[in-house]
Structure formats: C-alpha cells, structure tokens
Design a protein around this ligand. Structure first.
Ligand SMILES: [Zn+2]
Ligand SMILES: [Zn+2]
Length: 385
C-alpha cells in the first residue's frame, strides 16, 4: 500500500467533507449531524460503530489481517459557540456556531484514514480503534466517553492524534517529547461573609475584602511557591460580588479562576495549596471559603518512545519535524494520553488568523492530505508488533 497515492486520490473528498462540516458546525455535546455522518461513513466501510458514547461520541474498531498492536486514533469533532466572519463560500450557515479550531478537519482526516485502512484491511498489521470525540472545547468529551465506556482504552497499546495548527504554514510538522499542552482547571472560590450596611462594617464580615486578599495571595502560589523553571498560571477571571449597590456589603461573593501547569504532580500540589490558601485566608478574616473544581484536564504529555517513532516516520514524508514550545492551552486528548502512552502532534494549516478567531480558516487543500498521510503512517508504525 502506498499511503501517499491513496491520500492523493482522496484529496477532493477530504476537502469536501471538511467543508460540509464547516458549513454545519455543532458545539460541544450537540454534534448529532456530524457524528451521524461519520457513523454512516464508517458503517459503509464495513465497520461496526458504537454510537452515543459520551453523548455524541463514536467508537469503531478496524481489525487488520495480521497480528500486531492496537492503536487508538482520536479525532475531536466539536465547534465553538460564536458566529463566523470569514465570508468563505463554505462559511458556517448557523449563527452562533463556527468551526474555528480545525476540528472539522480533524474529523475528515480520521474518516479518510479509516477509508484507506478499510480498503487494505487484510494486509494491515494490528488493530485500530477510531475514536471521534465530542466536546473538546469544554474539555469534557474525553472524560464523558471514558465514563460511558470504561473499557474504551482496554487492550489499547498506543494513542495517536493531531491538531491542525494555524501558527505555522502548510508543510510544518511539530511534535515534542513530554508536556505539550498545559493542564487546565476551572475553579470557583465561594466566599461567605456577613452582609450588612456599608456604614457599619464592624457589624459585617466583608467578603469583598477577603476576595481582594485572595486575588493577590493566589498569585504568590505561582511567584513564591513554584519552581520558576516549571511554568504555571493562576488567573482570577470573574468576580461575582454585590448587586450594584453603593451602600451594601454583600453576604457572599464568588471568584471564577483558572489554573494551568505542565506537570500532573505540580497540578495536584497547586490545587491543594489553592484550597488551603482560600479557606484559611477567609477564616483569618472572620469568614469562610469553599473551593469548587468545575472542570479540568491533565497536561498533554507525549511518550518519549512513541514521539521518537513518530518523528522518524514523519521524516520519511517531510524534511523536518519541529519541536514546538509547549502551549498554555489545554486539550482533553490528555485524558487518553494520561492512561495509555502515545503522541499528539501538530500539523501546520496557517491561513493568517489564530485559533478561536471569527476569521479563522485553514488551508484545507494543503494541510488535510499531509495530515492524513502523517496520521495513517504513524498509526501503522505504532501497530507494528
Ligand atoms: Zn479550540
Ligand atoms: Zn482544538
């Protein structure tokens, strides 16, 4: 099987499928049309598809004719909740929804890898588990799939996936050993004081004063307690306090925050420190505080061996594989990579606008064939005994 010529023959279809998804974007856990089309495609290839895994996710196994390892191929399929401004002929037909991260491309790429593998099933070594994952943008789809199907990773020897990457032009390929995407945790700090008249603060416990201490104190967890060689971020992004009055001290307030790191151990340490700092600071000022973790994802950590094997495979396709800087963004492929070793690599798709921008677009004719060739080649390599 010559993967390059197989992919070349599918280029038109790769682009057409991606543009169809682009015109009909569906946000997290609403990917009903998208997963329906993918499921039909896989069933037409002869695969048995498990639908509604993690609400709108799909799982389909393809068994090669020869013995080998089992490789999980992951593609995320969700769009973002804002309106498109590209003016492209294939622009979103839905107000308030847009594929502005390239997941329309990811879905098309993995579907066409399945097409190629199904055509050559008998000669393939190993087995391939295709996972089409919903709700990456709210970092919830991977854990929803794992919850619905606890044996999703059973017998899987390697995980492989990719993200199209608009920071770089078509032809650019990147993969790094170790942490590639940060952990991302959203948390709320609920601060309970005692409300009352602003002119009688001594009769109150002012939760705004406690919250103000915390906004600054939380920064010292990063600046004073974390080894500067291990990057982390704590940001307070929303303060919910009061109802607009000039003379009322509120009873309680809420801080909405995010935590990012590149290391699972550091992540747990910082989570514990945030809780201690918030609860004890509130007590020190006469109130109380509770920290609630809303959603979270571990860092994306690429396995050394599989990353090196990926780079070696990719170098037969492109002249260079770059080592990108880790990104502070999160990706919940991390839930799979935290349990089974593998690699999540980046493929340049550059069209000028960054991810999550209303004018985001990818050079689909350029990046989709290359990404498909890379994903198929890496999966075949990892499946070899
Ligand atoms: Zn995104
Ligand atoms: Zn994305």
């Amino acid at each position: 099987m010559n993967i390059k010529s197989e992919v070349t023959a599918l280029t038109e279809s790769l682009v057409a499928v991606r543009r169809d998804f682009h015109m009909h974007p569906e946000i997290a856990f609403e990917e009903v049309r998208t997963s329906g089309i993918i499921a039909t495609h896989l069933e037409n290839l002869g695969l048995t598809v498990q639908r509604n895994i993690g609400k709108t996710g799909l799982v389909a196994d393809l068994y090669g004719g020869k013995a080998g390892k089992t490789v999980l191929i992951r593609a995320d399929i969700d769009a973002l909740p804002f309106s498109e401004q590209t003016g492209a002929e294939y622009a979103s037909t839905k107000a308030g929804a847009m594929h502005a991260c390239g997941h329309d491309g990811h879905a098309s790429i993995a579907m066409h890898v399945a097409s190629i593998f199904a055509k050559h099933q008998a000669e393939l070594e190993g087995n391939f588990r295709f996972v089409f994952q919903p709700a990456e943008e709210i970092v919830s789809g991977a854990s929803a799939m794992l919850q619905d199907k606890p044996d999703l990773l059973e017998g899987v020897d390697a995980v492989v996936g990719l993200h199209l990457w608009n920071d770089h032009p078509v032809g650019w390929v990147g993969a790094r050993v170790g942490a590639s995407f940060a952990s991302a945790d959203a948390f709320s700090v609920f601060i309970q004081g005692k409300g009352g008249h602003a002119a009688a603060p001594h009769q109150c416990v002012d939760p705004i004063v406690i919250g103000s201490q915390l906004v600054l104190a939380l920064q010292t967890i990063v600046s004073r307690e974390t080894d500067p060689q291990f990057p982390s971020v704590v940001s307070v992004c929303t303060i919910v306090a009061g109802e607009g009055a000039y003379n009322i001290i509120p009873d309680s307030i809420e801080l909405r925050c995010t935590l990012r790191t590149f290391d699972s151990e550091l992540r747990s340490k910082l989570q514990a420190r945030i809780e201690t700092l918030c609860t004890s600071t509130a007590i020190a000022f006469g109130g109380s505080a509770r920290v609630q973790w809303m959603s979270g994802v571990p860092p994306v950590v690429n396995d050394t061996d599989f990353t090196e094997r990926f780079i070696k495979t990719a170098l037969e396709i492109v002249p260079e594989v770059h080592t990108p800087n880790p990104t502070m963004g999160g990706d919940d492929v991390a839930e799979f990579l935290a349990r089974v070793p593998g690699v999540y690599f980046l493929v340049g798709s550059g069209q000028g606008y960054p991810h999550h921008h209303p004018k985001f677009d990818i050079d689909d004719k350029g990046c989709l064939p290359l990404a498909t060739e890379l994903l198929a080649s890496a999966a075949l390599e990892f499946a070899r005994g």
